[in-house]
Design a protein around this ligand. Sequence first.
Ligand code: PBG
Length: 439
Amino acid sequence: MASAIPNSQFTIINPNSFDSHPYIALRPHPSSNLNLSSHRTTSTNLRRRSLHLFAVRASDSNNSSHAAPLHKLGLSDAQCEAAVVAGNVPEAPPVPPKPASPVGTPVVPSLPLNRRPRRNRRTPALREAFQETTISPANFVYPLFIHEGEEDTPIGAMPGCYRLGWRHGLVEEVSKARDVGVNSIVLFPKIPDALKSPTGDEAYNDNGLVPRSIRLLKDKFPDLVIYTDVALDPYSSDGHDGIVREDGVIMNDETVHQLCKQAVSQARAGADVVSPSDMMDGRVGAMRAALDAEGFQHVSIMSYTAKYASSFYGPFREALDSNPRFGDKKTYQMNPANYREALTEMREDESEGADILLVKPGLPYLDIIRLLRDNSPLPIAAYQVSGEYSMIKAGGTLKMIDEEKVMMESLLCLRRAGADIILTYFALQAARSLCGEKR
Ligand code: PBG
């Protein structure tokens, strides 16, 4: 059922000859000198493959004389039709030349692959269609540093971050974030030394910096989602997350008692999610009970489930002047060498009633994010911490990397590993970029 187009290099194969196959296929005349593929030598091979090569979807028509290729001649449909009626079937268009390869490209037989994953990556539309992970400003939680002052003071170790005046700078920054779809923030206070003590009692002062800022923000933006940090370090004269005994031991249960008071004070001010970052044992369960006893059943707990004793927190401690006055945090934060231990922490937090499980730091701990994602049905948060942020900023400033692209890739990777939400100092910058805004 094949018929030749005069002067053409092609033969149209009538679709009816393929059991109601919805394609019209063109194959080269056996006499054609068209060089399809220099390395394929047998004509049967050539013929079989070229059927696939030139399969063209037929439109509505089964009439082979109206097959699509005849339209690509620079003639209008009407001219084309008139020419055919007059018996002047136009020549088929020339086959576009195969794009040249550089001189010296080896001539090799095609690899006999039935799967070529690059097919699904060929065009922007295909790549977009098959993208597995997405990122949106709704996934971000924006950490903000606040202080009692009126001015916004830059943080040297975190370019682009400020200690914001709680009254003005904070409100402005939140408003900017909301403009690009970031409606979740977490507050970190810089507390004057005079208010610090060994037992960190300022942490549950209802008129302290954090509760005051929460009330102000809730007044201005009632639907803003406010996360708080629950830990004693900003309030501790020892710079530790808990109460330090004379012999240097961080006291667990006594600290948990303080943390419960802190969480309740934050909830009373209007916090939506309290986030214990202290790594004391049993604090989630105790906090849940304390919140419920005060009528805060609706307040969520985001537990820092797997928080490692990491050197990536350096710039943050500078920002808050919260470096431990002695020792380190290794008796409560996890050993960076440990993986299985994260499961122990996860089980505890789940059974104690955590609503969200957090992994911190982020990018160096993608395996831990994936571990929790695969073992818990709860939402997972990742904290891209200060050191991660500052390294990308520094690399960008030194023009060693493309800051914007590395920023977006790092955030996407956290999502791919399994994070639902990401705490990141890039929240505003990344959301602006996602909204197509240039700075
Ligand atoms: C302390 C706390 C820390 C961070 C958040 N909460 C520092 C620490 O544990 O010493 C670090 C955040 C960052 O580095 O961005 N409770």
